[in-house]
Ligand binder design. Structure first.
Ligand SMILES: Nc1nc2c(ncn2[C@@H]2O[C@H](COP(=O)(O)OP(=O)(O)OP(=O)(O)O)[C@@H](O)[C@H]2O)c(=O)[nH]1
Length: 248
């Protein structure tokens, strides 16, 4: 029995008990109408939420065999580096030739983190311990992996907050992609600085059940394509609207 069905039944029995046997006929028809109303109402909410998650435009869809460059941008600690590897690993399993470029010159150890993840997944990577210009690293990485016929070049950038104007300036220099009221404002700031091609919602295994995804889709007018459901490489799922809304 689903949780919704359980609530329906509880609701039904509540009215039966409340009105008692003297009003059995009345309570039965009343509770039955309540049930129908409750069902119609939840179906209506469900459909509206599904609609809200459809921005009405196609998502960024890289083509296998042609070079596609995907830049990951998002808040600090949102899980970009982890998700870059998950995204690369997902496509690698489907026969793509992905590569990772770490264009983060902001956080110490960022390159080592990517290196560790990429090595584990056997995905080629590029980064620098000495170069301070993230755009330069991105360009070098892309050139190298184009020569190696990689068809999915993924660029990981440093975490950003909407108040960090200079970092947003830098971000405009990259080929363009990204990541609720807080999420809406942040997502809009990203949208104003880069053409957001698609959204990945991370940490869906945590406390947040993804309500922020609604705000992000509204702010960026871009579809959600994947969700992250854990720290491991394979804890990554293709976004499916209906199960996602049911979870909400
Ligand atoms: N539970 C859970 N943890 C996640 C998920 N994705 C990432 N993490 C964890 O979140 C933490 C931050 O992840 P990073 O990938 O370093 O985040 P980042 O956005 O690259 O960080 P900055 O580069 O500093 O902005 C790490 O401990 C990850 O293991 C997820 O889907 N679920």
């Amino acid at each position: 029995m689903t949780f919704t069905r359980f609530i329906d039944l509880m609701y039904f029995f509540f009215w039966l008990v409340l009105f008692g046997s003297r009003h059995y006929t009345f309570s039965f028809s009343f509770s039955y109408r309540c049930l129908i109303f409750y069902n119609d109402f939840s179906v209506c909410i469900f459909n509206e939420l599904c609609k809200m998650l459809d921005p009405g435009k196609p998502s960024l869809t890289p083509k296998k065999g042609k070079t596609s460059i995907v830049v990951f941008v998002g808040l600090q600690g949102s899980g970009k580096t982890t998700t870059c590897t998950k995204y690369a690993y997902y496509h690698q399993k489907k026969g793509w030739k992905p590569a990772l470029v770490r264009a983060d010159t902001f956080r110490a150890g960022a390159f080592d983190q990517l290196k560790h993840n990429a090595t584990k997944a056997k995905i080629p990577f590029y980064g620098s311990y000495t170069e301070s210009d993230p755009v330069k690293i991105a360009v070098e990485g892309v050139e190298r992996f184009k020569k190696e016929n990689c068809d999915l070049i993924i660029i990981d950038t440093s975490g950003r907050h909407k108040q960090e104007a200079t970092l947003f300036e830098k971000m405009r220099d990259f080929p363009k992609q990204c990541i609720g009221q807080a999420a809406f404002d942040q997502a809009q700031a990203f949208k104003q600085s880069a053409a957001v091609g698609a959204v990945i919602v991370t940490k869906m295994d945590g406390h947040a059940k993804g309500g922020g995804a609604l705000s992000v889709v509204a702010a960026t007018k871009s579809p959600v394509i994947f969700i992250g459901t854990g720290e491991h490489m394979d804890e990554f799922e293709v976004f499916d609207v209906q199960p996602f809304v049911r979870r909400l």
